[in-house]
Design a protein around this ligand. Structure first.
Ligand code: SF4
Length: 503
């Protein structure tokens, strides 16, 4: 009885940017009596279905974007006589879909860290249950990943998680609903143990794959103090102190390590936090800017962000503290107008953010936006390949539309075209070179150029393009750039590296 863990993808690039963490976490949760699981990441190469045999267990983790491919694999694995178990955000939201379309014998809802070994034991005993409730495990119970199973040369960045959950409630995001609003932080020594293991293997770039690395803001603390809410104040201060402790430990790792994470823009008001990040070698962070206008921020329930000049100033604060920003912007909000695209491109440029992504407003399952949209679409009779738009992830990739939300003044094609133009401009050679002027060495500057181009190819062209020839061409390009990037991101292994001394 072999255990296979599969990360589905309809495009394979040969090399991947970031390790799909869940594969290595569930490998760690797999009891030793089952042997080492076979890890298959389809962003590298497609699964060889003949390698799955009667009586094997196949675990498939899906999010909305790769659910359809996951279902194809699930059905094939079941036909070959395997026990099929689905998990991941999408399976948690739509467990019946995994059973009906993906051949699932069982579905894990929520975190798999604790419940996965139970599902495996039940498989072995012929008592597999249809549903396993994984819930939200506490930080102390997060499984560390099995990095001894990673093929170093396949990935540029490794991924380590330090906190799950986010206290905000953005309308387009499902994190606060699925992972909860209470931050569940992991102890520093467990995080550092994993990172030291990764550096020993030769990974020096690590993504801190957190929902929100900055879960407690100074405003939250000030409010709790003002309200005389002592218990809340103590909790918040303890969470904040743990973040500083973790960053202090990170700062004592080899100086060539580079970390990247995800935070909210409020961190710009917290110079001590930004300085600690820079000292910890957290050189970059994804910041959800979403919109450059106050109306757009209201559209997404994100009025804790700034707009206009204040926005530029806030974003520049990160750079002044040596934390570089990957700004995330959304197009197609009801208040957007044709001139919003140009204004957004100008803000991205003048705020000197290092990377940017420009996504089209898409209602994702599990979000407030999706619930609203689904209700609005109740009477809609449109079917593509027999599938209603509200189940768009089941529409074959080649004919799946890219824009879903009717806009008051722009057509779907106009939003899509203008979005692509902003990507093209932001990632032109001229602008990337200019943005890279903060980098000191030529090798690092080259790496920045390549990773910028790779990011654009992987996301903008394969994610936004509707024409399949363009998607294929882009995937080929991305494969080529990814190979070159692999060398620039690798580091000499440090097998003797010790854990940093405790203070
Ligand atoms: S978008 Fe970011 S800040 Fe908003 S709820 Fe999601 S994780 Fe939290």
């Amino acid at each position: 009885m072999k255990v296979h863990l599969i990360n589905p993808s309809h495009v394979s690039f040969g090399t991947a940017v970031i390790t799909p963490r869940w594969l290595f976490v569930l490998a760690s949760a797999t009891p030793p009596s089952f042997g080492d699981p076979v890890l298959i990441d389809e962003t590298l190469s497609p699964v060889v279905i003949d390698s799955i045999h009667q009586g094997d267990v196949v675990g498939i983790g899906i999010h909305t974007g790769n659910a359809l491919r996951g279902y194809e694999i699930g059905k094939l694995a079941r036909e070959r006589g395997a026990q099929v178990i689905f998990g991941g955000i999408h399976a948690t939201l739509y467990p019946e879909e995994s059973r009906q379309l993906g051949g699932a014998h069982a579905v894990v809802l929520g975190d798999g860290d604790i419940v996965w070994p139970k599902a495996l034991q039940d498989c072995r005993n012929g008592k597999l249950q249809p549903t396993y409730l994984g819930g939200r495990v506490e930080g102390a119970d997060f499984q560390p990943a099995r990095w001894d199973l990673v093929e170093r040369k396949n990935y540029m960045w490794a991924s380590v998680q330090t906190v799950r959950g986010c206290p905000k409630h953005c309308s387009f995001c499902s994190v606060w609903k699925t992972d909860g609003q209470r931050p569940r932080q992991r102890a520093s020594d467990s995080v550092i143990g994993e990172i030291v293991h990764l550096r020993r293997l030769g990974f020096r770039y690590v993504l801190l794959a957190d929902d929100n690395f900055y879960p407690v803001t100074l405003t939250d603390i000030a409010l709790a103090r003002k309200q005389g809410h002592l218990q809340r104040l103590q909790e918040l201060e303890a969470l904040r102190a743990e973040r500083f402790e973790l960053m202090d430990c990170l700062s004592r790792l080899p100086a060539d390590m580079v970390f990247f994470t995800q935070i909210t823009m409020e961190a710009a008001e917290d110079p001590a936090f930004l300085d600690a990040m820079a000292k910890a070698n957290i050189r970059g962070a994804l910041v959800g800017v979403e919109s450059v206008t106050p109306e757009g921020l209201k559209d997404v329930y994100k009025d804790f962000n700034d707009a206009g000049e204040n926005l530029v100033a806030r974003l520049q604060t990160f750079r002044r503290h040596n934390v570089h920003v990957l700004g995330s912007f959304i197009f197609g909000l009801p208040s957007d107008r044709p001139e919003t695209f140009e204004a957004t491109a100008a803000v991205a440029q003048s705020a000197q953010i290092a990377f940017a992504q420009f996504v089209m407003l898409t209602p994702f399952p599990g979000t407030v936006d999706f619930a609203k949209w689904e209700k609005m679409m109740e009477g809609d009779l449109t079917r593509i390949s027999g599938v209603p738009l509200t189940r768009r992830w089941l529409i074959p990739q080649s004919v799946r539309p890219k824009v879903y939300w009717p806009h008051p003044v722009m057509s779907a094609e106009e939003i899509s075209r203008r979005t692509q133009e902003v990507w093209d401009r932001f990632y032109s050679f001229k602008f990337i070179w200019k943005r890279s002027d903060f980098i000191k060495t030529f090798r690092s500057r080259l790496a920045f150029m390549l990773i910028s181009k790779l990011y654009r190819q992987m996301y903008a062209n394969t994610g936004l393009a509707t024409d399949s020839a363009r998607v294929k061409r882009s995937a080929r390009w991305a494969r080529w750039i990814a190979k070159a990037c692999r060398y620039l991101f690798s580091a000499r292994p440090m097998p003797e590296l010790a854990l940093p001394d405790a203070n």
